[in-house]
Design a protein around this ligand. Structure first.
Ligand code: PLP
Length: 352
């Protein structure tokens, strides 16, 4: 017997690389635009003497502002340190049965890591050949369901009606819809939380609000769901949302015009890049997110990934079944995407 026998061993989630220096970074779906100008002001004007006190355990003004913006009650909102924290708490709270939790085979690669960590049984449901979720496949015995919408890394959106079908036919399970990318032209299931007490909607400030570095995520749901999540959270660490984080989050929500206009810019860039990628021989499922999941008709994704990296253009590639011929390309600024397209043109022409 050795102490290592008692270690809770787990193969952790692998995030995208964070290279230093001048690179074109299209590998982690970060927003290329800075946070709303009010965020800078809020942090600069912050009364530092406040930091000697603990923050509000529910996220205080940030929770209030979220209720106002999203039209929910206080009891319907949970805030956390990015949506990874919110999802980790939700898995721990709701996925505690004998039956497997189900989610797509091609999806956010953190879900199976949490299941392994918490020893939750799970089953991956294959997407169809067009990388779409087949709603009937989710009508089977399960201990919970988690679906990102739009899905990652495919970018494919599922309709609110199809998701409602899954939620409605699984009233005995908690269904988590991970809406990390919903602000880039998707439709949210948020209004359904009034009707379905088994629905938890998770969102984040990391992508659409340009605040991956601040760490804010939130969940919306029936007050009983949120109450159970708070019980678990308060059994681990009550003070996850720092006072600075709360201030920055409130300021971001106050500038709705900036949020809408940066999302619109990213959508416009994405639609242009779709056309250009098609002209270069790429194929991809239609994306409603801030990335495109593309395969090339004749050139291997791994080769493009490596050649791009040599030119300081970072993309994401997974050596995994079904998707090893695909690259996930985050949408950057127009200039960054021009540089990517110019590189691809040269590379595919054999000039690099
Ligand atoms: C980025 C992402 C998250 C987590 O983001 P946070 O930065 O922790 O808020 C959650 N789910 C999906 C599908 C994502 O792509």
């Amino acid at each position: 017997m050795n102490w290592e026998d008692n270690v809770r061993k787990v193969i952790p989630y692998t995030p995208g690389e964070q290279p230093t220096g001048e690179v074109i970074k299209l590998n982690t779906n970060e927003n290329p635009y800075p946070p709303a100008p009010g965020v800078k002001k809020a942090l600069e004007d912050y009364d530092i003497s406040e930091l000697r006190k603990y923050p509000d355990v529910y996220g205080g003004e940030l929770r209030d502002k979220l209720c106002e913006v999203y039209g929910t009650g206080k009891d319907n909102v949970f805030v956390g340190v990015g949506s990874d924290d919110v999802l980790a708490i939700a898995f721990l709270t709701f996925f505690n049965g004998e039956k497997p939790v189900i989610f797509p085979d091609i999806t956010y690669s953190f879900y199976d890591v949490w299941c392994d960590l918490y020893r939750i049984p799970y089953e991956m449901i294959p997407l169809n050949n067009a990388f779409r979720i087949v709603k009937e496949d989710y009508i089977r015995p399960n201990g919970g369901i988690v679906i990102p919408n739009p899905n990652a890394p495919t970018g494919v959106e599922k309709s609110v009606e199809d998701l409602e079908y899954i939620i409605k036919n699984n009233r005995d399970s908690v269904v988590i819809i991970d809406e990390a990318y919903v602000d880039f032209g998707g439709r949210s299931v948020l209004p359904l939380i009034r009707e379905y007490d088994n629905l938890l909607v998770v969102q984040t400030f990391s992508k659409s609000r340009s605040m991956a570095g601040v760490r804010i995520g939130m969940a919306f749901g029936d007050s009983r769901l949120i109450g159970y999540m708070n019980d678990v959270k308060f059994s681990i660490n009550s003070y996850t949302m720092s006072r600075l984080t709360i201030s920055a989050g409130v300021a971001a929500l106050e500038d709705n015009g900036y949020f809408v206009s940066t999302c619109e810019r990213i959508i416009a860039t994405r639609e242009r890049v779709k056309k250009q990628l098609s002209e270069l021989g790429f194929e991809f499922p239609d994306s409603k997110s801030n990335f495109i999941f593309a395969t090339h008709k004749s050139v291997k994704a791994k080769d493009i990934f490596t050649a791009a990296k040599d030119k300081n253009i970072y993309l994401r590639w997974w050596n995994k079944p079904r998707i090893s011929d695909y690259l996930r390309i985050s949408i950057g600024t127009d200039e960054e995407m021009d540089a990517l397209i110019a590189f691809l043109r040269d590379y595919l022409d054999g000039n690099i």
